[in-house]
Design a protein around this ligand. Structure first.
Ligand code: AGP
Length: 602
């Protein structure tokens, strides 16, 4: 997500802020900015695009200041632009803030402030915080802060500067991380450790709802009851490379473990009173005219698309087809005004997927896209876009983008099924309850990572592996085999389990790894006979299942969940399996050979 930096001390703040922001560039961002106090005035310099644009604007800056805040923005609300970049100023220009996180009730707070005469210039949720602080402003700024944060629902790491308190910097944290580095009489505040490692390894961690008030040579901490809090200094042991991955060995492992929060962030603002509440303009009238839905994507996104096809046909009853974009765009697909096209893409820049979108629009289809990068080409050219809020995905192998795509698909299919009266509100609520349980269930799978790590040890020397499944489990078998191929370079093939005996089973030898995904109850007996057939030929099987039966050579049991949604759980052990096998092979798995994070060429 966003990157935050703050400084108060003896050095010139703009230089420190720029250096700190440059240490956060690896996280991915689309705009940046700083705010400094000098001669009792707040100066804000910010720019869309890369940090080089901000540095250009600061080149002729002669403002000297010992105090300031900075921000790199990964857009979630509002496209990347100078106006949407942080810092944000209150209407009276007395208060500047930078924010990392999502304010869940920002729309209602924005309406409340507009009724009180406030005008907003950005599309962000963060700007309401600056005006809320102005609205609650009083002599004791700690009271102002406490009143403001008592109104905020959601996650925030906040840095605030206040013209009336020009020698103080205020830091507040709730859910989004915030650390305070100390070095002699200087303080460096940041959203994560890499930003300040250059200056200090001595840090304070802020706990939820704690406020820090920093002056040039003092710092005071308060809890949300305004009671003073004494804190111990912690010593960072990481170097910069390790710190960028938040202590994980690779970005991929960090992003696998970010999935519970990424899914939570993606769904929580889109469920209201127990029902899906996606902000899309598809009407019942429009949907009743639709006679075909294409879901188009590449790679991992295509596997999410296959899941979408299956759920659309099962829950909405409209004919759906999942297509690989590079095929779709050349096979002259039958499209007209009665066709809805759903585009899936993490980067929003994949050339084949963008070309497929343009073809669909040319032929008269309405296009909805599910994208992770705000303001990307696919997002901009779609009729409607639903963003996944996975945060920047750095590793080439896609993990949290996939599970957040699935979570959006679940909400979308339930919402459209409700809209077209294919399911009653009662069923929709029970399905949504299941969707809300997903983050915790992913967490419980991740807690058993060592089981997968142990199993991976037996197979990392292998040259071949096969992944099998039926229905939605087959699509996860495809995703699991792609993960293994792209980061361990082991040849892995996914097969519809019922198809294996029509040829490929000839390749099964002693100790061949076959991963079987079997989470669909009605297909379990068939899967068990496929597994037995394969084991009879010497294969070792890893079975990913919700059944309590001991089916394979190795078994990984996923938590119970409605059968429609098992894919978002069965994929997790397969992500871990690929990761640990590749790691045992000592491959640079964040940047696998021959691959790019976004395939912007055809
Ligand atoms: C998945 O691990 C790969 N990195 C790749 O298949 C990727 O999913 C594909 O290139 C599509 O990318 P997109 O989601 O950004 O469009």
């Amino acid at each position: 997500m966003c990157g935050i930096i703050g400084y108060i001390g003896k050095q010139n703040a703009p230089n420190i802020l720029l250096k700190g922001l440059s240490k956060l560039e690896y996280r991915g961002y689309d705009s940046s900015g700083i705010a400094i106090i000098s001669k009792n005035d707040i100066n804000i310099i910010k720019s869309k695009g890369k940090l080089i644009n901000l540095k250009e604007k600061l080149k002729n800056n002669k403002i000297n200041s010992k105090l300031g805040i900075g921000h790199t923005r990964w857009a979630t609300h509002g496209v990347p632009s100078d106006i949407n970049a942080h810092p944000h100023l209150s209407q009276n220009k007395q208060i500047a803030i930078v924010h990392n996180g999502i304010i869940e009730n920002y729309l209602s707070l924005k309406e409340e402030l507009e009724l009180k005469g406030y005008h907003f210039i950005s599309d962000t949720d963060s700007e309401i915080i600056a005006n809320m602080l102005e609205y609650y402003k009083e002599e004791n700024f700690l009271n102002t802060i406490n009143k403001t944060i008592s109104r905020l629902e959601g996650s925030y790491a906040l840095l605030i500067i206040n013209k009336d308190d020009p020698n103080k910097l205020f830091a507040i944290r709730n859910e989004s991380p915030l650390i305070i580095g100390i070095n002699n009489e200087e303080y460096f505040i940041a959203s994560d450790i890499p930003a300040i490692l250059e200056w200090t390894k001595n840090i304070y961690y802020l706990n939820n709802k704690e406020v820090a008030i920093l002056k040039v040579n003092s710092i005071n901490f308060f809890n949300n009851k305004k009671e003073a809090v004494i804190k111990k200094i912690s010593k960072i042991t990481w170097d910069y490379e390790v710190a960028k991955k938040n202590g994980y060995e690779h970005f991929m492992l960090k992003e696998i473990f970010e999935q519970p929060n990424a899914v939570k962030d993606t769904i929580k603002l889109r469920i209201k009173n127990g029902l899906p509440n996606l902000d899309i303009k598809l009407t019942e009238k429009y949907l009743n005219v639709i006679d075909k839905i294409y879901i188009v994507a590449c790679g991992t996104a295509y596997h999410a698309g296959l899941n979408a096809k299956n759920l659309i046909e099962n829950l909405i009853g409209i004919n759906a087809e999942a297509d690989i974009a590079s095929e779709f765009r050349y096979r002259n697909p039958l499209i007209n005004k009665k066709t809805l096209v759903i585009i899936l893409s993490q980067s929003g820049e994949t050339a084949d997927t963008l070309a497929a979108l343009r073809l669909a629009k040319e032929k008269g289809a309405k296009v909805i896209s599910i994208v992770n990068v705000v303001g990307s080409s696919i997002a901009r050219e779609s009729d409607e876009v639903i963003y996944t809020w996975a945060g920047p995905e750095i590793a080439v192998a896609s993990t949290k983008a996939f599970t957040t795509q699935l979570s959006v698909i679940y909400l979308l299919v339930i919402q459209l099924a409700l809209l077209t009266k294919k399911i009653a509100e009662k069923e929709a609520k029970s399905l949504i309850k299941e969707v809300k349980s997903i983050p915790k269930k992913i967490e419980s799978i991740l807690k058993e990572k060592s089981k997968i790590k142990e199993i991976a040890k037996f197979f990392y020397h292998d040259k071949d592996a096969y992944y099998i499944g039926r229905g939605r489990d087959y699509y996860i078998a495809m995703e699991g085999s792609l993960k293994l191929k792209e980061i361990s370079y082991i040849h892995a093939e996914a097969y519809a389990a019922g198809e294996l005996k029509h040829g490929t089973i000839a390749l099964i030898e002693d100790n061949t790894l076959v991963v079987a995904v079997c989470s669909i109850e009605k297909l379990l007996p068939k899967m068990i006979s496929n597994i037995k057939e394969i084991e009879a030929r010497g294969a070792k099987t890893l079975v990913i299942t919700n059944s309590k039966e001991k089916i394979g050579t190795y078994n990984f049991i996923i938590p119970e969940i409605n059968n429609y949604f098992t894919s978002i759980l069965t994929v997790i052990p397969l992500q871990l399996l690929a990761y640990y096998i590749a790691n045992y092979k000592k491959i640079d798995l964040d940047k696998p050979k021959n691959l790019a994070k976004s395939v912007t060429v055809e």
